[in-house]
Design a protein around this ligand. Structure first.
Ligand code: LLP
Length: 434
């Protein structure tokens, strides 16, 4: 177990907190985040990404886990944030985040979302579609403002991951394709615009990546484009955002350190700049999962158990696919323990299933090794900090669980749990149904 996970008196401790006590005090199901782990990941990344090139920026991809508190934590740690919707932007505004620290992504930003971003004064808008520049210019004109942009491209580099989370292909809903007759007229418009300041390019290849080769290949594509820009227009773009995607450990994946990806990328760019007599651009990365996945666990209480001899042993928990959709959506595999009996041998094959009205899709851990779960046991599921809470839903009108942040034995609510009242607050009984 990592140093934020420890075993004491047979209980799982997480960042100094007894998870069994957390379950008692805050209730289950619940998401728990270790502040220590998130800060350590940010520090590790800063050291290889920003320390050698202080112009570089880290923009946490808030889609992985978004709430006011996580924005505040990022701001306190001196990093930027990437938002992808009016809702994520609103959350940042409500947390009083410095708008300069926000980068706004998305393939179909709504006019109202762009208007809010421009009004708020976000640091960068990542322009994603052929028509988006027109829309931004129109809004800037109305608001008598200007804005700073990057242009998102599809570098056409393949990556090895789940098909649903590949984004750098030519056939992608994201970004502009780099065919010269598409990209250069677009860049020229951006350079000439009186409403936008064009700084450079953005791409994101995909998520949960373990090989640095595609990332290095994509850099070549972007650098060529930057050079061509300088040649054609006498304008040398000064920024390159290389997206997120660094993979994490769920069960037996070997997580690579940030430096495995970023050190060779930065060295490659620096060498190219030297050769081409190009001023070193500011490089931006946008990690989501890699900063929060392993910093999060979920705690559940076991209710019913069921043994079908020779077939399967089930332990049903008080949550399921409504608070972690990833096993159903991507076939994601998780591991966990019986948190109140971690010292007992995990020698039984058990399927941890949810309480939602679905069959195989509502299995959080299919056939994991556990110390025979019994009713009342606390199950801890590991590495649930990314895209768990953020993709939670109210299927079966299960309320979305709350989130607790812990640090060195202290615990506080980060997000309160939804109640039945919250879920029904917007329901109406219209006249025609009375
Ligand atoms: N930047 C952009 C433009 C992105 O589209 C994404 C992820 C990221 C950064 C952050 O990627 P990360 O570092 O987290 O891999 N729901 C899926 C993941 C979808 C990722 C979408 N874009 C999952 O649960 O695996």
């Amino acid at each position: 177990m990592s140093n934020i996970k420890e075993v004491k008196n047979g209980h799982l401790y997480f960042d100094g907190c007894d998870t069994v006590e957390l379950a008692k005090e805050f209730g289950t199901p619940i998401y728990v985040y270790s502040k220590t782990d998130i800060v350590a990941r940010i520090d590790e990344l800063k050291e290889c990404f920003v320390a050698p090139y202080p112009k570089n920026r880290i923009a946490y991809a808030a889609k992985a886990f978004c709430c006011m508190g996580i924005y505040k934590l990022c701001e306190n740690e001196g990093i930027s944030m990437d938002v992808v919707s009016g809702g994520e932007l609103f959350t940042a505004m409500k947390a009083k985040i410095d708008p300069e620290k926000l980068e706004f992504n998305g393939n179909n930003k709504l006019p109202s979302e762009l208007a809010a971003a421009i009004d708020y004064g976000v640091g960068r808008i990542i322009v994603d579609g052929e028509q988006e520049l027109d829309l931004i210019e129109k809004i800037c004109e109305e608001q008598e403002k200007t804005t700073d942009i990057l242009i998102r491209i599809t570098p056409c580099v393949e990556v090895d991951t789940h098909d649903y989370i590949v984004t750098g292909r030519k056939d992608s809903k994201f970004g502009l394709n780099i065919d010269p007759d598409v990209i250069f007229p677009y860049i020229k418009r951006a350079i000439d615009s009186k409403y936008v300041r064009f700084h450079g390019f953005h791409y994101h290849l995909g998520s949960q990546l373990f090989d640095n080769k595609p990332m290095l290949d994509a850099v070549d594509v972007a650098l060529e484009l930057m050079k061509e820009c300088r040649e054609r227009f006498g304008f040398a773009p000064g920024e390159l955002n290389i997206g997120g995607g660094v993979g994490v450990t769920y069960t037996d994946e070997v997580r690579m350190p940030f430096s495995y990806f970023y050190t060779p990328i930065l060295e490659k760019i620096a060498a190219w700049c030297e050769k081409e007599d190009y001023e070193m651009p500011a490089i931006i990365c946008e990690p989501g999962r890699a900063l929060v996945a392993e910093a999060g666990i979920q705690l559940y209480t076991v209710g019913m158990t069921k043994n079908i001899p020779g077939i399967r042993r089930y332990a049903a928990i008080d949550g399921g696919m409504s608070d972690n959709i990833r096993p159903a959506l991507y076939g994601s595999v998780y591991g966990g323990v019986v948190a109140n009996r971690v010292d007992e041998p995990a020698d039984e094959i058990v399927t941890i299933c949810g309480k939602c009205c679905e069959g195989d899709s509502d299995m959080i851990i299919k056939g994991g090794k556990f110390a025979s779960p019994r009713s009342g046991d606390i199950i801890a599921v590991f590495s649930t900090g990314a895209y768990g809470y953020s993709m939670a839903n109210n299927y079966n009108r299960n309320p979305i669980p709350g989130v607790v942040i812990v640090e060195k034995g202290e615990a506080e609510w980060l997000i309160k749990p939804q109640s039945y009242e919250h879920m029904t607050a917007l329901d109406l009984l219209p006249e025609m149904l009375k």
